[in-house]
Design a protein around this ligand. Structure first.
Ligand SMILES: [Zn+2]
Length: 873
């Protein structure tokens, strides 16, 4: 009571009494907590607005005059709140972008249970894919939800933080012709009295879920039954756009097995009653989403016509499907307490998916693409501005930034590295214990380290090595030199933080579990050691004679980069033919990284690429194409350019002619992968002129009949045809783009047109971005964004596209999906002169931070530009 009096006196003494109270910053705090929700929505996907009513049972923990909830762009029509018998008199208070306040007039909320019933209206977004959004596919409208991370508040007022896990019950009204899916099974559906042509769908109360995992989909979907899978015979279904049921074939074939492999690893059944896989025609900013019991996929990930079922499609679906299904345990069953531990979701799902993929089909765990996650992780982590995996969250930008390559890829690499170190069986036991202990609840990094440490028989302090990778940014660079002194064979190793040329970043310390592979005495051997920052001599226990070659990152794994002393580097290049493919590919990537960072001479990179291209393995040749392509003409000295010309003439062009645009029966998966990278590169390089008319021919054939060229080659062929298009080819491609009914085919042609070389045609292509939308030739915000991004990524069109962006910025921003404009800084990270840097800085310094996550994107791109300048100028 005394406290209350003090508040009253303060209020009386404050002259600005009439002003609205200030909403919370970022988080709601612990004044109140939800107990359960009942949500009723009326959705017509053809319309831009929906109506809703939410009943929230909640507990008030402390006396408070105002209850704040999260809400964004919701129009509140009516509010009723009760506490026991008492009906509160509520005044609604505007709370800015993220909140709405409910002020109890007269007497405040008191500790205890309460009930809120709120009627409101909200937007069905048409350009963004967040909140409840709608999309047109094949002439039909679909409305789908995407709530992670902070968009459930666009669909209903709620406690929108991952720490609050409670049951939800959804009821959805829509036109009778629509199918409806949500997290749980439908329990009842009936014609809606008083609203002819509408139906009500009632869904079962869910298991405890945080708001970001609630989901719904409404539209004239085809629903494909997928039988059952796993320990509990979980029913599976696939929701495709109308008329496309047949395209779910591979998903239907592979999903049950993927789910069963996950159950086996976790030693626990799939946690929900059913699993629906729902198509989003075209998602922006994400590919798929792990809503409990209802995973959503961008159409190109889930669906393929017969000829589109390429190796790459299958591998991608299996990887993404396994990732999203792994989330049913990592993220859904056990949810991070707060966004700073989102890596407990994303790193784990990525790591787990790779494990499942390798069991599902070992061929999917091979080839050049296998190392993609490690390459992305290291590329991101070499920057001083890189985040750490476990990063504090203090504002909305931090939440958005948490979903980056560090979380997904570095997180997964580090998990794999420590799984090997601690022993896969003990690691698995730790994961199982962690799930048992925290099922249906929330957990933190600390909980995870505790469970793993206990199962591995290690004290928490021994896990410090693991934590050093999670709680520190950056990547270790390990210098390796071979010592062969008579019968004693050893290597000198020393470690420091990888710092690009000119970097002033402080050094960091790690204990790195590192495995080396070498060939000695006619045998390939592996040796694992723990490396600290002190220089160390390590005896190669299994070698009696000097190894022919020796490389770090055995098997192409490990979140660290090896740099070989000159004579060892030469030895490795000379014996490249004997290196296992994974080691050779890792060597190619690490060399490209070190050369680009100014930590290794470009000449060594060129020498290695020549050796890689001579290797008999198609996967290793692909690594060679990658490495030579990375040595950009504009950055080379005349002498280096001569070497590169020779590689192009002697290796790249003959190889491209041999491999060809068209697939040959009997091509291995590695050859398919090589072709995708090699042919378009050869066609635009010196001596590749002959490949261009062939590409034009094939592109026109594709335009007439989609299955007339191999699906994996369609984009490279279109890109090449457009890049070197004459007036007639350009006109044909542009006409075809606007005649396409499928979103992804139209997007493919537009992406190609962004690469047109001829200046007059390029101006014509760029003008498509802002062409006034006619019914027949509209380019929506998503396509406009993709188009501009592609133009900026194209080495030859980058500067012209950047000039176009600067001139038309305001119109482009008005058209792009919200939150995307700052992403354009990323393709510009390859700019590399002082003048370009100045232009980039002047233009984006103030503009990029205006968008969610934009400050960080700008900073990282600028740092990459600075590195390139420091290395080459
Ligand atoms: Zn994920």
């Amino acid at each position: 009571m005394r406290k209350f009096l003090a508040v009253l006196l303060t209020l009386l003494a404050t002259p600005i009494l009439a002003a609205d109270p200030i909403p919370p910053q970022l988080r709601l705090g612990d004044v109140a907590a939800p107990k359960s929700y009942e949500v009723q929505l009326a959705i017509d996907p053809r319309e831009g607005e929906f109506t809703g009513e939410v009943r929230i049972a909640f507990r008030v923990n402390r006396r408070t005059p105002i209850l704040w909830l999260n809400a964004t762009d919701l129009r509140i029509d009516r509010v009723e709140m009760t506490q026991g018998e008492r009906r509160l008199n509520i005044r609604v208070i505007k709370g800015g972008e993220d909140f709405v306040g409910f002020e109890a007039e007269g007497a405040p909320f008191f500790p205890g249970d309460a009930l809120a019933v709120i009627r409101y209206r909200g937007d069905i977004e048409s350009s963004a894919t967040r909140g409840i959004f709608r999309q047109l596919d094949g002439g039909e409208w679909y409305a789908i939800s995407q709530f992670e991370s902070m968009s459930a508040r666009r669909a209903f007022p709620c406690f929108d933080e991952p720490g609050w896990k409670v049951p939800w019950q959804l009821t959805i009204d829509t036109l009778a012709a629509n199918e409806v899916a949500s997290n749980s099974p439908e329990t009842l559906a009936f014609d809606l009295p008083g609203r002819p042509g509408w139906k009500r769908h009632v869904f079962a109360r869910t298991k405890p879920l945080p708001s970001y995992l609630v989901a719904l989909a409404v539209g004239p979907f085809d629903v494909v039954g997928g039988g059952t899978a796993g320990i509990n015979h979980t029913p599976l279904r696939y929701f495709t756009p109308k008329g496309r049921a047949i395209e779910a074939r591979f998903a239907k074939e592979s999903t049950p097995r993927l789910l069963e492999l996950l159950e086996q690893y976790f030693g626990m059944p799939y946690p929900y009653e059913k699993l629906d896989s729902v198509t989003i025609p075209a998602a922006v900013g994400f590919g798929a989403m792990e809503n409990a019991g209802m995973i959503t996929y961008s159409s190109s990930l889930l669906l393929a016509r017969g000829h589109e079922e390429t190796l790459e499609f299958k591998r991608r679906y299996a990887a993404v499907g396994a990732h999203e299904m792994a989330h049913m345990w990592f993220g859904d069953l056990v949810t991070p307490m707060w966004w700073d531990d989102i890596w407990l979701n994303e790193a784990f799902a990525t790591w787990m998916a790779r494990k499942v993929l390798a069991s599902y089909n070992p061929e999917y765990d091979a080839g050049w693409r296998r190392g993609e996650s490690r390459r992305r992780a290291i590329t991101a982590d070499q920057l001083v501005s890189a985040r750490r995996i476990h990063n504090p969250i203090t504002n909305k930008d931090d939440v958005s930034a948490a979903f980056d390559r560090i979380t997904y890829d570095k997180g997964a690499e580090v998990l794999a590295m420590f799984e090997t170190w601690l022993g896969p069986d003990r690691f698995q036991q730790g994961v199982r214990d962690y799930f048992k202990k925290h099922a249906w609840g929330n957990a933190t990094s600390r909980d995870f380290f505790g469970a793993i440490g206990k199962a591995a028989g290690r004290s928490e302090s021994a896990l410090k090595a693991f934590e050093a990778f999670v709680d520190q940014p950056g990547i270790p660079l390990v210098d390796v030199a071979l010592r062969c002194e008579g019968v004693k064979v050893s290597m000198d190793v020393s470690q420091q933080r990888l710092r690009t040329k000119g970097s002033t970043a402080p050094d960091l310390h790690w204990t790195t579990p590192a495995c080396f592979r070498y060939r000695a005495d006619g045998e390939v051997k592996t040796q694992c050691v723990e490396i600290g920052n002190e220089r160390r001599n390590v005896v190669l226990a299994g070698a009696k004679s000097c190894p022919d070659w020796l490389v770090g990152n055995a098997g192409g794994r490990g979140h660290w980069v090896a740099r070989y002393e000159a004579s060892l580097a030469r030895r490795n290049t000379e014996h490249l033919d004997e290196l296992p493919a994974n080691e050779a590919m890792t060597l190619a990537f690490d060399t490209s990284l070190l050369a680009g960072a100014g930590l290794m001479p470009v000449d060594s990179a060129l020498r290695l690429s020549d050796a890689l291209l001579r290797n008999p393995s198609a996967a290793v040749k692909t690594a060679g194409v990658f490495l030579v392509e990375k040595q950009r003409d504009v950055l080379l000295t005349p002498a280096q350019m001569d070497v590169k010309r020779e590689i192009l003439a002697k290796r790249i062009q003959p190889l491209a002619r041999e491999v060809g645009w068209n697939e040959h029966g009997g091509d291995s998966d590695d050859v398919h992968e090589l072709r995708v990278l090699l042919l378009p590169y050869a066609a635009r390089s010196l001596g590749g002129e002959g490949l261009r008319p062939e590409a034009r021919e094939l592109a026109l054939r594709w335009a007439a009949k989609r299955d007339s060229v191999p699906a994996a080659m369609a984009q490279p062929i279109l890109d090449t045809a457009a890049r070197f298009a004459d007036d007639a080819t350009y006109a044909k491609l542009e006409d075809t783009a606007f005649a396409m009914r499928r979103i992804n085919e139209k997007t493919m042609i537009l992406k190609a047109l962004a690469k047109v070389h001829d200046p007059a045609l390029r101006d014509r292509a760029f003008s498509l971005a802002l062409r006034k939308a006619q019914a027949s030739d509209a380019i929506g915000g998503r396509d406009t964004y993709n188009f501009i991004e592609q133009a900026l990524e194209d080495e030859d069109n980058q500067l012209a596209a950047f000039a176009y962006v600067r001139t038309n910025w305001d119109s482009l921003v008005a058209k792009f999906p919200p939150e995307t404009p700052a992403r354009l800084t990323t393709p510009l990270a390859t700019l590399c002169t002082p003048q370009e840097r100045a232009t980039f800085h002047d233009f984006f310094q103030d503009r990029s931070p205006q968008f969610l996550g934009g400050a960080q994107r700008y900073q990282q791109a600028l740092e990459s530009i600075d590195i390139c300048n420091a290395v080459y100028h």
